[in-house]
Design a protein around this ligand. Structure first.
Ligand SMILES: [Ca+2]
Ligand SMILES: [Ca+2]
Ligand SMILES: [Ca+2]
Ligand SMILES: [Ca+2]
Length: 310
């Protein structure tokens, strides 16, 4: 069953700090994908040849509870709306096997005023949340999903809603892995047990559960070196918002924090990047931290490292 333990938290904060908020969004355009579903109660449309018909599935209200969640086939674009204030739209989908999955919510991209909040939850208890307001983009997830039934809930961040101004689109489909990597995460739960990585490595890691800690160790050769650390996560469809904490020293019991990297090359992107300087002949210990200690298969990252003489 649905568990969405974070739903109450998000709804409770729906209006936080947003009085007087202004968003630069395009003029609302009429949603032209509305066509009659032609009967039946599945909401599955005849996708037909009409060039304007982007929607394979029409949202059917009421769908405000898990019991009334609407089934959405993979690769079938759904069109819905936050049609009333505080509208909750529950959807459900089924994966016959574990696979990389992409979930795309279109709102700003179709001229909607809506700022959707996406929550997903599996029968196995895995959860993820993406809030369009956090980085100003429509929610999107790409992640290695487990097989079975998944539930999905869409709500509007500020609780706004009407049929004209708050439409959205939803598409769930198969994806290739969001990134390439050459090292899999291993046992790495402590600084002393950090996983060794070296220049040229791109390690794929997951925040498996709330107790998971991910530590990596980089041996810097003698002499001054520049160490570049680059995380790809949010920008490639992860739900995670990562920070790197970097320590250095001669041995694991005597370290000091060298740097904390929270943002990207431009200084605002959620995925951290940074170039660190080392006098050489030491180890850098890198801890990958999910900012809100969230976990599950949608909370993944790729950490790439290069070590160069400086
Ligand atoms: Ca709705
Ligand atoms: Ca609804
Ligand atoms: Ca991990
Ligand atoms: Ca770990």
């Amino acid at each position: 069953m649905l568990r969405f333990s974070i739903l109450a938290l998000i709804l409770a904060s729906a209006c936080d700090g947003c009085a007087g908020c202004h968003y630069d969004v395009p003029d609302v355009v009429e949603h032209t994908g509305e066509v009659d579903s032609g009967g039946g109660d599945t909401g599955v449309r005849d996708t037909g040849p009409e060039p304007y018909s982007r929607c394979a599935v029409d949202e059917v209200e009421p769908n405000g509870s898990p019991a009334t969640a609407q089934q959405l086939p993979l690769e079938a674009r759904a069109c819905g709306a936050f049609s009333t204030p505080l509208d909750l739209d529950f959807w459900t989908f089924f994966l016959p096997r574990a696979q990389w999955l992409r979930i795309e919510v279109g709102a700003q991209g179709i001229g909607s005023d809506a700022r959707p909040v996406l929550l997903i939850s599996s029968d196995a208890g895995e959860e993820a949340a993406v809030d369009a307001l956090l980085n100003g983009e429509d929610p999107a997830l790409v992640f290695p999903a487990s097989a079975g039934a998944w539930d999905l809930l869409l709500s509007e961040h500020t609780g706004q809603g009407d049929d004209t101004h708050y439409p959205y689109e939803l598409l769930i489909g198969e994806s290739k892995p969001a990134v390439d990597w050459n090292v899999d995460e291993g046992d790495n739960d402590t600084l002393g047990g950090a996983q060794g990585i070296m220049t040229g490595d791109a390690v794929f890691g997951l925040s498996e559960d709330r107790w998971d800690q991910d530590w990596y160790a980089i041996q810097v050769p003698p002499g001054k070196h520049a160490i570049t650390l680059d995380v790809d996560a949010w920008a490639a469809g992860s739900a995670g918002d990562y920070t790197l904490a970097v320590f250095h020293g001669d041995d694991p019991d005597h370290t000091e924090e060298l740097a904390r990297l929270a943002f990207g090359e431009e200084g605002w992107e959620p995925d951290p990047w940074g170039v660190l300087s080392s006098a050489g002949g030491e180890v850098l210990w890198v801890r990958v931290i999910e900012r809100a200690e969230r976990s599950g298969p949608a909370y993944w990252y790729r950490l790439s490292v290069t070590v160069e003489e400086d």
